[in-house]
Design a protein around this ligand. Structure first.
Ligand code: PLP
Length: 361
C-alpha cells in the first residue's frame, strides 16, 4: 500500500518535487467541500454556496498543505532544524511536520496573542516555543534575520514551497465541482493563501483542467486591514488572531489576485466576524475559528441590501453562480472565545422533573 495520500502524492505533477524529495506528509488535504443550503438560500438567485472546510486537516488548519511541501523540501536539502513566526496555526503545522521529519522546530509567537489550542499543539508536538514581546510582524522580522544565519530553514510563507503546497486547495475544489467556481471568498492575513489559491486556479486553467477562474474576494479584519487601507498597520488588533497582521508578506500576490480576477478586497469588523462564526455553527453545523469566519462575514456583508450597488462585489454575480468560501481553521482551536461569551446554560438537580422544569416544559 502507498502510505502517502497527502497533497504531494496526489498532485505531484503540479508541484516542484522529484524522486529525490522525501515526502513528509500527514495525509493532509482532501478536506470536504460542504454544501451550505441555508447560506445558499440567503444568497438567493439560485446561487449555491460551498464551504471548503480546512479545519479537517491533520493539525486543524490549511497550513498543513504548505507545510508538507516546505518540510519535504527542507528534508531534501538536508536541513536539521526549521524556524517560523506564527499567529498560531503555522507553528502547530511546523511543529507536527518537523516531528514527523525528525527535525528540530523553533517557533516565535506574539506573547499572549495565541489561541490556547494552537499553543498546546506547538508544545505537544515538541517545538521550542519562544514568546516574543511584540506582534507577528516583529516575530517574522526576527525569523528573517535568524533564517539568514543558515542553521535554520524558514518555513513561513516567505518560503515559496508553502505557496506551492497551499495551491492544491484550488485543485481539489475544481476536481470536486468539475469546474472552477464563479466566486471564491477567503480571509486574508499574511496573504499567502489568497496568493496560493489564485496560483492554483491559474495553473489548473492553463492545463485545461477548468475553463474559467473565479473572482477572488478577500476579507481582512477591520483592525488589521493594511491591504484595504493601502499601508501597513503598526498595531494590528482583532479577535481573529490568525489574521492579526499589519504588514503582509504576500502583499503583491494578494493585490495581483484581486486585480487579475477582477475581484474585491474589503474588511469586516470583529462583531461581524463573531456573528458569522456563530451563525455558521448554529445554521450549517460548521464550527470554525474566528479568522475563518471572516470569509462568511464578508459574504454576508456583500449581501447587505443597504450597501450601495457599485461597491458591492456580489451585485454583478450572475444567477446560479457557484460560490466557495474557504474556512481556514477549526473552531476548537480557540474554544475560549466561545466560552467567554455569555451563552445561556441551564442548571438542574438530579431529577427528571427539575430538568424539564428548568427547560420550561
Ligand atoms: C494563516 C491563517 C489565515 C490567514 O492566511 P494568510 O495566508 O496569512 O492570509 C486565516 N485563517 C487561519 C485560520 C489561518 O491559520
Amino acid at each position: 500500500m502507498n502510505h502517502d495520500q497527502g497533497v504531494i502524492s496526489r498532485y505531484r505533477d503540479h508541484l516542484p518535487v522529484s524522486d529525490a524529495t522525501p515526502i513528509i506528509s500527514l495525509n493532509e488535504g482532501s478536506t470536504p467541500l460542504v454544501h451550505a443550503p441555508t447560506l445558499s438560500e440567503k444568497v438567493g438567485r439560485g446561487c449555491q454556496v460551498y464551504v471548503k472546510y480546512e479545519g479537517l486537516n491533520p493539525t486543524g488548519s490549511f497550513k498543513d498543505r504548505g507545510m508538507t511541501m516546505a518540510m519535504s523540501k527542507a528534508a531534501e536539502q538536508g536541513a536539521k532544524a526549521v524556524i517560523c513566526a506564527s499567529t498560531g496555526n503555522t507553528s502547530a503545522a511546523a511543529a507536527a511536520y518537523a516531528a514527523r521529519a525528525r527535525m528540530d522546530c523553533v517557533v516565535l509567537l506574539p506573547a499572549g496573542k495565541i489561541a490556547k489550542g494552537k499553543l498546546a499543539q506547538a508544545l505537544v508536538y515538541g517545538a521550542k516555543v519562544v514568546e516574543i514581546d511584540g506582534n507577528f510582524d516583529d516575530a517574522l522580522r526576527l525569523v528573517r534575520e535568524i533564517g539568514a544565519l543558515d542553521q535554520f530553514e524558514v518555513v513561513n510563507s516567505i518560503n515559496p514551497f508553502r505557496i506551492e503546497g497551499q495551491k492544491t486547495a484550488s485543485f481539489e475544489i475544481v476536481d470536486v465541482l468539475g469546474k472552477a467556481p464563479e466566486v471564491h471568498i477567503l480571509p486574508v492575513g499574511n496573504a499567502g493563501n489568497i496568493t496560493a489559491y489564485w496560483k492554483g486556479y491559474c495553473e489548473y486553467r492553463d492545463r485545461g483542467q477548468c475553463q474559467s477562474r473565479p473572482k477572488m474576494l478577500g476579507f481582512q479584519a477591520e483592525g488589521a486591514a493594511p491591504l484595504v487601507r493601502g499601508a501597513p498597520v503598526e498595531h494590528p488588533e482583532t479577535v481573529a488572531t490568525a489574521i492579526r497582521i499589519g504588514n503582509p508578506a504576500s502583499w503583491d500576490g494578494a493585490m495581483n489576485a484581486i486585480r487579475e480576477s477582477e475581484g474585491h478586497l474589503d474588511m469586516v469588523t470583529d462583531d461581524e466576524i463573531l456573528e458569522a462564526q456563530r451563525w455558521l455553527a448554529s445554521h450549517e453545523g460548521l464550527f470554525v475559528e474566528p479568522a475563518s469566519a471572516a470569509s462568511i462575514a464578508g459574504l454576508m456583508k456583500s449581501l447587505d441590501p443597504s450597501r450601495r450597488h457599485a461597491e458591492n462585489p456580489m451585485a454583478s454575480i450572475a444567477p446560479e453562480s457557484t460560490i466557495v468560501c474557504t474556512v481556514t481553521g477549526h473552531g476548537l482551536k480557540d474554544s475560549d472565545i466561545i466560552l467567554k461569551a455569555a451563552f445561556p446554560m441551564f442548571k438542574a438537580k438530579t431529577d427528571k422533573e427539575d430538568v424539564l422544569h428548568q427547560l420550561g416544559f
